[in-house]
Each structure stands twice: as structure tokens, then as C-alpha cells.
Design a protein around this ligand. Structure first.
Ligand SMILES: [Zn+2]
Length: 163
């Protein structure tokens, strides 16, 4: 699976990619030098909306993102790299820090999430880096909708091209 690094303009895209379980590095304050160095060191493809980056690019694989809308940005990324539903693993990665999530026993979630969540949820995961706790909830529905939207959308586009 490919690994990405987003430039400072693409924070929302980075979060969406992480939601899909795709390894995506992002920091809101990052110099172009650091971006390039990280891409090279960590074997990452740069997602960028900054034209200056392309001019100064040094043999780093990149995709120039065309749109300001995060959903369209995700659509472009998925379509360009031919990412399929089978390749992704939604909710396996922390949206804040990109670390892979670990399973959290229900009794360890006690006191850390609201009581109604604890009473209605059996499966928790947590990020060992920031401590954030995740569980299937409204996010899951939104994510399923987004996934269907993005992946069905790209199929339709291909169908149109074939016409
Ligand atoms: Zn985290």
C-alpha cells in the first residue's frame, strides 16, 4: 500500500486518508525542504496543492491536487492511484497522529468515554501515541457514505470515459 505526505494546505485530505487507514504524514507547519526530506526518507508520495513545490521537486513522486474541496481531493487521489475498497482498512489509524490503532478492552475504556457510549458499545480501539479512543458510531455511518460516494463515483467516471 502506498504511503503519502500532504503539504500544509491539505490537512483535511490527510484526515480523510487516515480515516480510510492509509498511512499519511501531515503537519500544518512544514517547510518544503522537510516535506521533500520526509518523502524521500520514508518512501512517501507527496500530495501537494503548491505549484512552487513542483518546480523545486527533486525526484520525489507527487500528485498535484487540483481542487479545493477535500472530497474532490480524495476522489482525485483514489482515482489517480487506483485505490480500491479492498485496499483500504477504515478506522485502523488515528486521525490525529496517523498511528495504527490498538484494540482497547471495554473495562479500560470505562471512565474515559461517556456512560451511554460504554453501555452501547463493545468494541473500542485506542491510539497509543495520543490516547484518543475510537468506537463505531456516527463516524462509521458517515465514513461508509463517503466510501460509497468516492468509490462508486470513480467507477462512474470510468464508465463515462468508455462511452
Ligand atoms: Zn493518535
Amino acid at each position: 500500500m502506498m504511503r503519502f505526505i500532504c503539504d500544509s494546505m491539505l490537512g483535511k485530505l490527510a484526515k480523510k486518508l487516515r480515516m480510510l487507514g492509509i498511512d499519511t504524514s501531515y503537519q500544518n507547519k512544514i517547510t518544503e525542504e522537510y516535506l521533500i526530506a520526509t518523502a524521500l526518507n520514508e518512501n512517501r508520495t507527496v500530495l501537494t496543492r503548491k505549484t512552487a513545490f513542483i518546480i523545486s521537486n527533486k525526484d520525489v513522486p507527487f500528485l498535484f491536487i487540483l481542487d479545493n474541496n477535500p472530497k474532490n481531493q480524495l476522489r482525485q487521489t483514489v482515482s489517480n492511484f487506483k485505490i480500491t475498497k479492498e485496499m483500504i482498512n477504515p478506522f485502523s489509524r488515528c486521525i490525529s497522529c496517523n498511528k495504527e490503532l490498538n484494540r482497547l478492552e471495554k473495562d479500560l475504556a470505562e471512565g474515559k468515554v461517556a456512560d451511554y457510549v460504554l453501555n452501547t458499545t463493545d468494541t473500542f480501539t485506542t491510539c497509543l501515541s495520543c490516547g484518543k479512543i475510537y468506537w463505531p458510531g456516527t463516524h462509521l455511518q458517515n465514513m461508509k457514505r463517503l466510501i460509497n460516494n468516492i468509490f462508486i463515483g470513480s467507477d462512474e467516471q470510468e464508465a463515462h470515459t468508455l462511452d
